[in-house]
Design a protein around this ligand. Structure first.
Ligand code: CTP
Ligand code: MG
Length: 230
């Protein structure tokens, strides 16, 4: 089976509140998106990268890395799940149902190459697939409707879902279709797969793999990238 990357980059970045979507902001010498794409384009086991862009975006105006024909562009949709759906529909025309797809947020440019390697290694013969995740360092409270603590979660079992999330193309398409049919709004691929009654595997990833969301995250990402010498 081949490995593909699917990068949803069709969001508007409302919480970043900048003059353009956050994936097009500059981080060091390049854009956030260029950093993210380079991680996958440099990896020898990734056959191709599907980049999902907002409908008004001109790809020629973007700082895209040299891809040697391995980068494909697709138009996204209103929600992240719609953007991923469009990317999967494109892949269905050129990939096999049992090929692996790694869905990774454009807004996570600090993914360490070692984490990507570990994910591929850990899951390549897994029956379900899984995702990078980081153990929670905070104690987590579950609230009731009135904003009071209903209970405290067992921190040793709580993980924060990161990306990439790695599943077979056929499973992902089935899972997203099932979530849409059930009217469930999923915010990651693993939740959709869980709705099929399967249990994605958690692979521990580094907490430096942040999702740039608010303005201060850009400074943190800049620090992490400079440590990785990128
Ligand atoms: N995304 C997408 N299509 C959408 C919404 C989001 O491809 N309709 C992508 C974003 O570009 C981002 C990733 O999904 O790479 C994670 O989403 P998020 O961090 O929420 O980004 P935005 O939706 O752009 O930000 P915000 O929610 O603050 O508006
Ligand atoms: Mg969003």
């Amino acid at each position: 089976a081949a490995y593909w990357a699917l990068i949803p980059a069709a969001g508007v970045g409302r919480r970043m509140n900048a003059d353009r979507p956050k994936q097009f902001l500059t981080l060091g010498r390049r854009t956030v998106l260029a950093h993210t794409l380079s991680i996958f384009l440099r990896h020898p086991r990734i056959r191709g990268v599907v980049l999902v862009l907002g409908s008004g975006i001109d790809p020629d105006a973007l700082d895209l890395p040299e891809a040697g024909g391995r980068l494909f562009q697709v138009t996204g949709g209103a929600e992240r799940a719609d953007s991923v759906h469009n990317g999967l529909a494109f892949l269905a025309q050129r990939a096999d149902a049992d090929d692996w797809v790694l869905v990774h947020d454009a807004a996570r440019p600090c993914l360490p190459a070692a984490d990507l390697d570990r994910l591929l290694q850990a899951l390549s013969s897994d029956p379900v697939g899984g995702l990078l995740a980081a153990p929670s360092t905070d104690t987590l409270k579950l609230s009731d409707a009135a904003g009071r603590v209903e209970r405290t979660l067992d921190r040793s079992r709580v993980w924060r879902a990161l990306t990439p999330q790695m599943f077979r193309l056929g499973v992902l398409r089935e899972a997203l279709a099932a979530a849409a049919a059930a009217g469930v709004a999923v915010t990651d691929e693993a939740s959709a797969v869980e709705l099929l009654g399967r249990q994605p595997r958690l692979i521990e990833g580094s907490p430096v793999n942040i999702k740039i969301t608010r303005p201060e995250d850009l400074e943190i990402a800049h620090l992490y990238l400079s440590r990785q010498d990128r």
